[in-house]
Design a protein around this ligand. Structure first.
Ligand code: NAD
Ligand code: UDP
Length: 340
């Protein structure tokens, strides 16, 4: 009997990498995804790579009947909850969808878990819950002040989880605040497939590298950073996946609720990313300098010390690994996941 872990949003970018790692470490991931921003192609590829069938339920975290059936049919011991919407810009235009999916959607999931006596929970949160003025390196006790409905919806789910853990001490909850996940699995078979024009830097750079887009738009070159461009704490998605396995083990001995930053602890500028990507893909990448993107901060990075001490996790992959693996994925899958 392997240990079953429910992975909501397991067909998505981060979920597919966690799925791979769970199987590698002997767990059985059970995937619940409504496919609103993904397909089942990554699951089929993981099945091919690992030789393991992956239980998949197409459904919504907000549908209690689906959840009831799932927890009745599978002896789940913990949930890793990634399902949700993640575009800051879209959240400004469609706040109701974000509060419904990211905040309200977390509640039926916890309710059904509670009914079935499953009280181990790992929550995908984000560094966007910190205020724009947070001092780097950012620690978990820095003030929260999200600047978008997306960030608010993640923080509201965190608050609800805190109350749930306080009401019933049997709950064991790890809130993981991701900084900037990038890169892809080393196989080149799973990676990030943004819908439409990528909002984030790394997938945009990847599409310029394959010639799908003519040039990188560098948003701002007059920031108070060493080269004037924005600085972020980029983190390899496989290091991020490893952190979830560490968190699962941490839950075995944990009590209550704890929040962890997941980042490398160092920042890279937009130009440093472009340089590293040029080395990975072997050709120059055209860029144009534009105005700052509204709402962006100049620079931030995590203090990952708590995750190092308590989860026994540390990012091991550097910027070269991130760009090499992003390029390996992009060059083999220039249009992302397409049916073969
Ligand atoms: P993604 O869009 O690739 O994956 C999310 C998955 O959830 C998709 O497969 C989507 O179909 C599914 N989904 C959405 N709403 C659902 C619902 N109501 N019911 C069932 N399934 C639903 O996104 P990702 O980059 O893999 O992000 C995963 C999680 O990590 C999200 O919660 C996001 O907020 C968080 N996060 C992501 C980043 C990032 O940069 N990618 C940073 C910080 C936090
Ligand atoms: N950025 C950029 N061009 C792009 C996308 C992003 O110059 O096409 C910059 C952005 O201004 C920020 C950094 O790259 O300084 C990371 O942006 P991303 O959207 O990836 O992450 P976030 O800002 O959400 O942390």
């Amino acid at each position: 009997m392997t240990r079953k872990v429910l992975l909501t949003g397991g067909c998505g970018y981060i979920g597919s990498h966690i799925c791979m790692e769970l199987i590698k470490q002997g767990f059985t991931p059970v995937i619940l995804d409504n496919l609103c921003n993904s397909s089942t192609i990554p699951l089929r590829r993981i099945e091919q790579l690992t030789g393991q069938p992956i239980p998949f339920i197409e459904g919504d975290i907000r549908n209690e009947a689906t959840l009831e059936r799932l927890f009745s049919e599978h002896a789940i011991e913990a949930t890793i909850h990634l399902a949700g919407l993640k575009s800051v810009a879209e959240s400004v235009a469609k706040p109701i969808s974000y509060y419904q999916n990211n905040f309200a959607g977390t509640l039926p999931l916890c309710e059904v878990m509670q009914r079935h006596g499953v009280k181990r929970f790992i929550y995908s949160s984000s560094a966007t819950v910190y205020g724009l003025t947070a001092q780097s390196p950012i620690r978990e006790d820095a003030p929260t002040a999200p600047a978008s409905p997306y960030g608010q919806s993640k923080l509201m789910a965190e608050i609800a989880l805190r109350d749930i853990a306080h009401a019933d001490p049997q709950w064991k909850i790890a809130i993981l605040r991701y900084f900037n996940p990038v890169g892809a699995h080393a196989s080149g078979q799973i990676g990030e497939h943004p819908n439409g024009v990528p909002n984030n830097l790394m997938p945009y750079v990847s599409q310029v590298a394959t010639g799908r887009r003519p040039f990188i738009q560098v948003f701002g070159s007059d920031y108070p950073t060493p080269d004037g461009t924005g600085v972020r704490d980029y983190l390899h998605v496989c290091d991020l996946a490893d952190a979830h396995l560490c968190a699962l083990r941490w839950l075995d001995g944990a009590q209550g609720i704890r929040t962890f930053n997941l980042g490398t602890g160092r920042g890279y500028s937009v130009l440093e990313i472009i340089d590293a990507y040029e080395k990975a893909c072997g050709h120059p990448l055209p860029r144009q300098f534009l105005d700052r993107r509204p709402g962006d901060v100049a620079s931030y990075h995590a203090d990952p010390g708590l995750a190092v001490d308590e989860l026994r996790w540390r990012a091991t992959r550097d910027i070269e690994d991130m760009c090499r693996d992003a390029w390996n994925w992009q060059s083999h899958n220039p249009n992302g996941y397409v049916e073969s």
